[in-house]
Design a protein around this ligand. Structure first.
Ligand SMILES: *[C@@H]1O[C@H](CO)[C@@H](O)[C@H](O)[C@H]1NC(C)=O
Ligand SMILES: *[C@@H]1O[C@H](CO)[C@@H](O)[C@H](O)[C@H]1NC(C)=O
Ligand SMILES: *[C@@H]1O[C@H](CO)[C@@H](O)[C@H](O)[C@H]1NC(C)=O
Ligand SMILES: *[C@@H]1O[C@H](CO)[C@@H](O)[C@H](O)[C@H]1NC(C)=O
Ligand SMILES: *[C@@H]1O[C@H](CO)[C@@H](O)[C@H](O)[C@H]1NC(C)=O
Ligand SMILES: *[C@@H]1O[C@H](CO)[C@@H](O)[C@H](O)[C@H]1NC(C)=O
Ligand SMILES: *[C@@H]1O[C@H](CO)[C@@H](O)[C@H](O)[C@H]1NC(C)=O
Ligand SMILES: *[C@@H]1O[C@H](CO)[C@@H](O)[C@H](O)[C@H]1NC(C)=O
Ligand SMILES: *[C@@H]1O[C@H](CO)[C@@H](O)[C@H](O)[C@H]1NC(C)=O
Ligand SMILES: *[C@@H]1O[C@H](CO)[C@@H](O)[C@H](O)[C@H]1NC(C)=O
Length: 882
């Protein structure tokens, strides 16, 4: 829901940093009525018993108050200098939650926005100081810090009452995964209402924005730090490498802005489609350390986007090509083991890219290595640790002689990107065919212990071997093959140690008793001219996704799938069931099948298991550009949830977390059933793949109003299951028009308004609750959503074969002062002889909006609800008669 609806309401801290004279401040967070992505934060110094007359903003990014930098362009003063309580000194700051940027006054108030990587909740911090008239040194000044965490507001304002700086509440706004919102709007201004007066004309409005949510930890993201290893073929020292980024927006029909920043400058492009946006990166961004040496240089590439994107980094030289799917910042970590291949020819390489300034990085050379490393004129021997400090976009690039970098241990005090591989190398028996190897590494905290080792394509006409390297993340790790004997394949004594495994024909499940990293290496071709050597990390079974999108940009692109036997016939490529020949994967329960699509052609593809959102599978993409080169990369949709130290958390549908710590991610449907048979219901729920992709339209139906949050006794149908109005003109809640797409809809936000009605209220309650079921349509040609009210049309579209889970959100709307008192007064209203005038004057309607997909069964009778408005009219008639 965030779709731009900032619901603010959680909590805010106003912390006085220095004690001084009594001052009272208030703080408000509100959605900007003109732009629901913008939070308007108002700080008001209400009362001050000192001669305070200035409020300054300070840069809230600095952790130490002492070194806080004063934002001289963000100052408010008491123009009257009368120190009056009725003369608040105010600073109003607008913050674009999506861009995490202050929009007004332009960047002058020093906001600091933090995103909690696990919940995507954003915290906006502002720091103000009220300064006394006398002087700073007289300690009549105070600092205040405000944390407005949030989003998902329905447009209302949430304010703290005026209170002492130390006792103000904290506002937190959660960023939910669902993105349709139901609002009660004022007739002309479309202002969302939290309270209405009896008889006021209002309408219901549904808003949805398919692409504004930052999803959980997967390989889509809004921020990336990318690097390029050296890729010079031997004997061709003058590099002619072409460095490119292909950026694929996750959502179409909404605008995604993409900015690429290097030391040479920034470039921004925007698109409304999911087609690749290509950026050419200057060739001098490629690492170019000499063998045995490391350089510390500004060669990192920062990619940021306003909506989630997937990024493929391509490093292409004459006869040498390597590419990888980049990992976004939200899945990076602080400790890594490098990996590369090693033969006597072809240097190995790694690059650490800093995502923040002042990142301290230690790189430990395993004692088992032979060669030393020269860094800034100092030489480090095997067993030594290189300690460096990197600023944002600076990199540590190391090239090493003919030994692998496998086991080099990288630890940093802030998240870093790490890539490793080989400059150009041949693998296997045909040493005449070499190629560049590269992949971005997963941190030690995201590695799994259950993998499938499978043969890379082509597999049929070429008898080459597929190599694997398994790296232990912890000491004393035992590897076991999933055959009937549970054959032990080896034990890795120490973290960082490697074991090479080879697959010629049999694909099998690999188990480890501790987390391991697994990389696949394509060997040099023997008979086939396709697929030169390449390397990619293979995701563990736990990291498999339930749907993938993948760009095929090379002329020859093949796919390997590993799918549960029962799911293989349900594999859907671009919406169509495919029938693939398969072979068994050796495993304890013979659970998986291996299937290859040898050449899919260029284009954009999506994969899914038909009819299931919880079925997960593996897909790896192999491409070759001409007969000389090859590359491997992962499609978008893998889940890089941190796997170690699991703690139970509350499920948000599709949060990509293991909420119940059972090693499965989002394995429950939202259906009130125990799908995984562990005795728990909906404890780790999946979002419909569709929810997170690209639905086109929604169709609300079964809209109900109720006086109770559970929609029991006091309930009235506004529309029926076909989406059409229910009841008779003139009845309470009968809308003036059917629900229809609103004129305020844009490419980024579709709005459906349901016609005006006069607000009424149930006699026994001063709150009205609304709920609706939603149909989602995923095709612009789907007729159901084209016309919302369609007699006879019931239920979800055939086009939408997915089981779209319940879209369910509730927003508690707080009343302003005074309203709460009326709930007591309401007792008198429930008298049958209620005075209509009092009812009108005193009645406020507190609204809770609830969207549910599955409509509740309506059961109401006219006997159980009475409307004040009715009574007033009846009474008038009675008076007229008398
Ligand atoms: C919203 O837009 C209207 C019309 O452009 C303008 O009058 C109003 O001041 C704006 N409101 C805010 C809070 O910016
Ligand atoms: C605030 O300080 C941080 C850290 O020193 C700096 O990166 C940022 O640019 C500053 N913000 C402003 C608006 O000056
Ligand atoms: C490394 O040594 C060379 C030659 O002695 C010298 O010119 C250079 O400044 C040194 N670099 C650093 C970073 O100390
Ligand atoms: C790097 O090593 C130094 C020296 O052992 C240590 O003090 C520091 O904490 C280490 N840094 C990190 C990020 O581990
Ligand atoms: C792993 O083994 C190394 C070498 O024997 C030892 O120094 C280290 O403490 C061990 N790590 C753990 C976590 O036991
Ligand atoms: C390694 O692990 C095995 C199995 O868990 C255990 O029996 C053995 O004692 C461990 N060895 C060391 C050196 O810790
Ligand atoms: C399992 O072990 C038995 C006895 O050593 C052997 O005969 C058999 O071939 C093994 N099976 C596999 C699949 O390795
Ligand atoms: C998580 O919850 C499950 C079910 O309640 C429980 O069995 C398990 O021990 C919990 N795990 C952790 C790590 O708290
Ligand atoms: C529904 O809510 C009302 C008022 O909140 C309560 O009195 C009633 O018991 C609830 N009914 C059910 C079935 O929960
Ligand atoms: C994307 O959509 C926006 C809003 O409708 C429109 O203004 C813009 O021109 C479109 N951009 C492209 C590249 O089509």
């Amino acid at each position: 829901m965030f779709h731009g609806l900032l619901t603010i309401l959680l909590y805010t801290t106003l912390v006085p940093i220095m004690d001084g004279l009594s001052q009272e401040a208030s703080f408000t967070c509100a959605e900007d009525p003109n732009n629901s992505n913008v939070a308007v934060i108002t700080f008001s110094l209400l009362k001050h018993d000192d001669t305070v007359h200035w409020v300054y903003a300070y840069n809230a990014s600095t952790t130490s108050q002492a070194s806080a930098y004063k934002m001289t362009a963000c100052v408010a003063n008491d123009s009257a200098v009368n120190n009056s309580a009725t003369d608040p000194i105010q600073i109003i700051v607008k913050v674009d939650i999506i861009a995490s940027a202050q929009t007004s006054p332009a960047n002058s108030c020093g906001i600091h926005v933090e995103t909690d990587p696990s919940t995507s909740v954003k915290t906006i911090r502002l720091r103000f100081r009220s300064q006394g008239f006398v002087d700073v040194v007289t300690s009549t000044d105070k600092f205040y810090e405000i944390a407005c965490t949030s989003n998902n507001l329905q447009g209302q304002t949430v304010s703290t009452p005026g209170s002492k700086a130390s006792s103000l509440d904290v506002v937190i706004v959660n960023e939910p995964q669902r993105r349709t919102q139901l609002k009660v709007l004022e007739k002309t201004t479309r202002k969302p209402l939290t309270q209405v007066t009896l008889g006021q004309e209002i309408f219901l409005s549904f808003e949805y924005d398919p692409g504004s949510v930052t999803e959980g930890p997967d390989n889509y993201g809004t921020e990336f730090y990318i690097g390029f290893l050296g890729n010079d073929p031997p004997g061709n020292e003058a590099s002619t490498a072409t460095l490119k980024l292909l950026v694929y927006p996750r959502y179409s029909r909404v605008t995604t802005f993409i900015t690429v920043e290097t030391k040479s400058g920034t470039e921004t492009k925007s698109t409304n489609s999911t087609a690749a946006v290509e950026f050419t990166i200057p060739a001098n961004m490629m690492g170019c350390s000499n063998e045995g040496e490391a350089e510390i240089v500004e060669k990192g590439v920062h990619v940021s986007a306003t909506r989630e994107v997937g990024v493929v980094a391509i490093n292409s030289e004459t006869k040498s090509l390597g590419y990888y799917t980049a990992l976004p910042v939200d899945v990076l970590g602080t400790s890594y083991y490098a990996i590369s291949y090693s033969t006597s020819a072809g240097s190995s390489e790694m690059m650490v890219i800093a995502t923040e300034d002042n990142t301290r990085v230690n790189i430990t050379i395993p004692a088992s290595k032979f060669y030393s490393v020269k860094v800034l004129n100092s030489t480090y021997s095997p067993g030594n640790t290189v300690s460096i400090t990197l600023n944002k976009r600076y990199v540590f690039h190391l090239a090493q002689k003919s030994e692998s970098l496998t086991g080099y241990y990288i630890v940093a005090d802030k998240p870093v990107s790490v890539i490793s591989g080989n400059r150009v190398i041949a693998i296997g028996t045909n040493l005449s065919r070499a190629d560049h190897l590269v992949d971005q590494l997963l941190p030690t905290t995201s590695q799994g212990n259950h993998f499938i080792l499978f043969k890379a394509p082509p597999g049929v006409t070429d008898s080459r071997v597929t190599y694997y390297k398994v790296i232990a993340m912890e000491n004393n790790t035992t590897l076991t093959k999933g055959d009937s004997n549970r054959t032990v394949l080896g034990t890795l004594a120490q973290a960082g140690n490697e074991k090479e495994l080879q697959i010629t024909t049999e694909n099998y499940e690999l188990f480890a008793d501790k987390p391991i990293m697994v990389a696949q290496f394509l060997s040099s071709p023997i008979s086939e001219l396709k697929y030169d050597p390449a390397m990619t990390l293979i995701p563990s079974v736990k990291q498999w996704g339930n749907s993938y999108t993948f760009p095929a940009f090379d002329t020859g692109t093949g796919i390997v799938f590993v799918v549960k036997t029962s799911d293989l016939p349900k594999l859907v490529v671009n919406g169509n069931l495919v029938s693939l020949a398969s072979t068994a994967v050796t495993g304890p329960d013979n659970t998986y099948k291996y299937a290859v699509v040898p050449n899919i052609g260029t284009g954009t593809y999506s994969f899914k298991i038909n009819g299931s959102d919880t079925a997960v599978f593996l897909a790896v993409v192999y491409g070759y550009k001409d007969t000389e080169t090859g590359g491997v990369y992962l499609p978008f949709g893998y889940r890089y949830t941190k796997l170690t130290d699991c703690t139970n958390t509350t499920a948000i549908n599709g949060d990509l977390l293991d909420n119940d710590c059972d090693s499965l991610i989002d394995e429950e449907m939202v259906n009130g059933l125990d799908d995984d048979g562990d005795g728990l219901v909906d404890e780790d729920t999946v979002a419909s793949a569709r929810d997170n992709i690209d639905f086109m339209k929604i169709r609300p139906r079964n809209i109900q109003a109720s006086g109770t949050a559970n929609f029991t006794a006091l309930t009235k149908a506004i529309t029926g299951s076909n989406g059409c109005r229910q009841g008779t003109s003139g009845e309470p809640f009968y809308p003036a028009a059917e629900c229809a797409k609103s004129a305020v809809s844009t490419a980024d936000k579709v709005v459906i308004d349901c016609g005006l009605f006069e607000s009424v209220r149930f006699e026994e309650s001063n709150m009205i609750y609304f709920q609706a079921a939603l149909d989602y349509c995923f095709s612009s040609t789907d007729p159901l959503c084209a016309t919302i009210c369609q007699p006879g049309a019931i239920g979800k579209r055939a086009a939408n074969t997915d089981n779209v889970p319940t879209v369910n959100t509730s927003v508690l709307v707080t009343t302003t002062s005074g309203i709460s008192g009326n709930s007591n007064a309401d007792a008198s209203n429930s008298s049958p002889n209620v005075n209509p005038a009092q009812c009108i004057q005193n009645t406020y309607i507190l609204v809770i909006l609830i969207l549910v997909l599955i409509a509740l069964v309506l059961s109401f009778t006219s006997a159980v609800y009475f409307f004040c408005k009715f009574k007033r009219e009846r009474k008038k008639k009675e008076q007229y008669r008398s």
